[in-house]
Design a protein around this ligand. Structure first.
Ligand SMILES: [Zn+2]
Length: 435
């Protein structure tokens, strides 16, 4: 999923908008045809590989389809010439102030069909998004989605908006996830959330910086193609009213959102969530055969093990024991954490490896080498495990509980692993709030 920012609504942007783009490094920027072309050029210079979605802007109700296309064609052409081919047709047309109003679905559908046809004749290869609707049910959004099936079919993809106020509404289908109602009517269309954010002025920017990454991960899990958070820059009045324009902290929080599923792989060092410096040993340990594959969505538990031998064993020694002595296809764990805090990624998490009998399909196995029946793992080892587990949870994009092997062993497979002291240091691994 692409994570991005909705640019400023004004023709010329304040300088801080460019600073935020530089800090946030978004891979998507939502712009508008009424932004001066020099704004597009500057965004392109700062973020040459970012995708741009441009809203075709009209103030109030648009004129007839011919007059509309004549009027907007020059700005579309200029944007297309910069290499950006994707446009959203208007914005929230189900509100009275954007033109058609809650009762105007039928009229919009006919108008939009003609506009789409003219635009496709004039600009071959143009990509068109059917507009995001105002999320409030007051504006008949469900009727609009149902009525406008012809113009939706004529567009390439759907866009949606996600706004909420109190925290609980962020993932509520009436508010932050309202666009799902439309998406479910048109499952073949890809969905782009072209505006989203919290609009409660009493919610601080620090709080928003915590919430937005969670919202992004949720949308990624739902299969959304791209997400642009609203800057809420556009007028001094909005900024004051909604306390919502971006600040540096929010921009940096966006930069930290993992864009890809957790197993983004570098050559020797991989990045899991925000964790760097993990040593990739997946391809150079002893194997004999292969483990079954699985999807990220199969993962239900992050499981903590110990090796049961009170020394800082090498991963080679563990792999040799699992393959030669136990006859397994390869080392049974996914990660091994050493006494000095070194983490080795030893088995791909998209493989169901052997570490919890009868539950291998749903676990990620993290082994802290050593025997913790009497003593605790070292401070470095605990801190590294904590960081690894937190980043796995973050990277996996949903809540996956951290458990000790002994806690989820099925009857008949009882074990003391990861040692009798586990209950004492478990809170350090999971965080004091139990997350
Ligand atoms: Zn175990």
């Amino acid at each position: 999923m692409l994570v991005g920012i909705h640019g400023d609504n004004r023709t010329f942007w304040p300088e801080r908008a460019f600073r935020h783009l530089t800090l946030a490094q978004p891979d998507l920027v939502k712009m508008m045809t009424n932004n001066d072309l020099s704004m597009f050029q500057r965004v392109k210079a700062i973020l040459p590989s970012a995708q741009i979605i441009t809203r075709i802007f009209w103030p109030g109700k648009p004129p007839s389809h011919q007059n509309f296309v004549e009027a907007v064609a020059p700005s579309l052409e200029a944007v297309l010439n910069l290499g950006y081919d994707t446009f959203e047709l208007l914005n929230e047309p189900n509100t009275p102030w954007e033109g058609f109003g809650p009762e105007g679905a039928e009229e919009f559908d006919g108008w939009a069909l003609r506009v789409i046809s003219l635009l496709r004749q004039r600009f071959t290869g143009i990509r068109l998004l059917w507009p995001g609707l105002a999320v409030s049910p007051l504006f008949n959004d469900v009727t609009w989605w149902r009525t406008c099936w012809r113009s939706i079919a004529a567009c390439d993809d759907l866009s949606g908006h996600g706004y909420w106020q109190p925290d609980w509404a962020m993932e509520d289908r009436q508010w932050g996830l309202r666009f799902l109602v439309g998406k479910e009517m048109y499952p073949d269309k890809e969905l782009w959330v072209t505006e989203a954010g919290c609009t409660d002025p009493s919610v601080s920017k620090t709080r928003r910086a915590q919430l937005y990454p969670k919202y992004a991960l949720r949308l990624r899990e739902l299969g959304v193609k791209g997400l642009a958070f609203w800057l809420v820059e556009g007028s001094e009045e909005w900024e004051a009213k909604e306390n919502a324009f971006f600040d540096d902290e929010m921009a940096l929080a966006l930069k930290q959102i993992p864009r890809q599923p957790a197993v983004a792989v570098g050559n020797r060092t991989i990045q899991i969530g925000n964790l760097e410096g993990v040593i990739d040993r997946r391809h150079d340990l002893l194997t004999r055969g292969s483990y079954p594959e699985r999807g990220l969505a199969d993962i239900r538990y992050l499981v903590v093990h110990h090796s049961g031998v009170d020394k800082d064993s090498s991963v080679e020694a563990i792999a040799s024991y699992h393959v030669d002595a136990l006859g397994w296809p390869g080392i049974g764990y996914h990660f091994v954490v050493h006494w000095d805090g070194t983490i080795e990624y030893v088995g791909d998490i998209l493989q169901a490896r052997y570490n919890v009998a009868s539950r291998n399909h749903e676990v990620v196995g993290v082994c802290l080498v050593g025997d913790f029946s009497q003593r605790w793992p070292s401070l470095e080892q605990r801190a590294a495990a904590r960081s690894l587990l937190a980043n796995l949870q973050f990277g996996l994009g949903w809540f996956v509980p951290i458990v000790g092997h002994r806690e989820i062993a099925l009857p008949g497979y009882g074990t003391a692993c990861p040692g009798d002291t586990f209950a004492e240091w478990k809170p350090e691994l999971t965080g004091t709030n139990g997350e």
